[in-house]
Design a protein. Structure first.
Length: 288
């Protein structure tokens, strides 16, 4: 029995590969593809007067998603996702560069510190930011103490607080791919640029940055894609005035009881995410 199993799984036969892939493939089919197919089917249905689903199929939910009433939410979502990605890249690249080239024996400690936000619940972290940014919070108290302001200012429930929360949570998603990419840059190539007369900035712009572009693309994608579906940050730090697409989807399922419309919004979000991944894979294939 053992020899037969070893022959079956150890050979270079398609059956062996299929058996090894079967558990993961079955898991993805049951818990990803089947729910996604059900969601796509639900998005084509109609919503009844009392919240019941009427299985009359059409594209009315998708047309409704692009109604002028929901356009500000879509634009706001892309604006926050793009702004968060840009800020994470601007802040994350120097940090990743320092970790890769300058950190030395402090590298492991700094990498652990970078992962600290993942050690606590996101809910706890955002409630902490609410305490810091509130009118009676620590930030206003510090600004009053040092004379920068004469009265508490409203920092919470503003675009700044939403952007701050998003950057805080997603910065590690940007730094880690950048660090992995910068670690692969051959030091000998950088030293050769110095030997040929290049300065620090010239070597960086001509050698280090181009070789680290896969990490820039991966970090940007890993930040932008989750930001499109984020709803907890806007819910807690932005309030109802700064709802994003994730909040709109959540409200359709939990409050408005309009499941078909919520499913259509979710499908549009999934299409956007898959499109972004496809563009990245195409760019990666052409670059290779």
């Amino acid at each position: 029995m053992g020899k037969a199993l070893s022959w079956l799984l150890g050979g270079r036969r398609p059956l062996a590969s299929h058996l090894l892939l079967a558990p993961a493939a079955g898991w993805l089919i049951v818990f990803l593809l089947v729910p996604a197919a059900g969601l796509a089917l639900l998005s084509l249905a109609k919503n009844g007067a009392y919240g019941q689903v009427i299985w009359t199929f059409g594209l009315h939910n998708y047309r409704r998603a692009f109604d002028a009433k929901y356009l500000p939410v879509l634009l706001r979502t892309f604006a926050f996702a793009g702004g968060t990605t840009a800020l994470c890249l601007l802040l994350g690249y120097p940090l990743a560069y320092y970790l890769s080239f300058r950190a030395g024996r402090w590298r492991n400690a700094l990498l652990i510190g970078l992962m600290v936000p993942f050690w606590t619940s996101a809910l706890v972290a955002f409630y902490s930011w609410m305490i810091i940014l509130g009118k009676e919070g620590l930030l206003n108290a510090a600004l009053l103490r040092f004379g920068f302001i004469s009265a508490p200012i409203g920092i919470l429930y503003t675009p700044f607080s939403v952007l701050l929360g998003l950057v805080y949570f997603y910065l590690p998603f940007t730094v880690l791919p950048l660090y992995a990419s910068l670690e692969k840059v051959p030091r000998s190539v950088v030293e050769a640029a110095y030997d040929l007369g290049a300065g620090r900035w010239t070597a960086f712009l001509k050698v280090t940055l181009p070789l680290s572009l896969p990490g820039v693309m991966a970090g940007g994608l890993l930040t932008f894609v989750p930001c499109l579906g984020d709803f907890l940050t806007a819910e807690l730090l932005g309030g109802p005035r700064f709802y994003l697409l994730g909040n709109l989807i959540s409200n359709q399922f939990l409050m408005a009881q309009d499941w078909p419309f919520g499913a259509a919004l979710t499908c549009l979000l999934l299409i956007g995410l898959i499109g972004g991944l496809w563009v990245y894979r195409r760019w990666e294939a052409e670059d290779a």
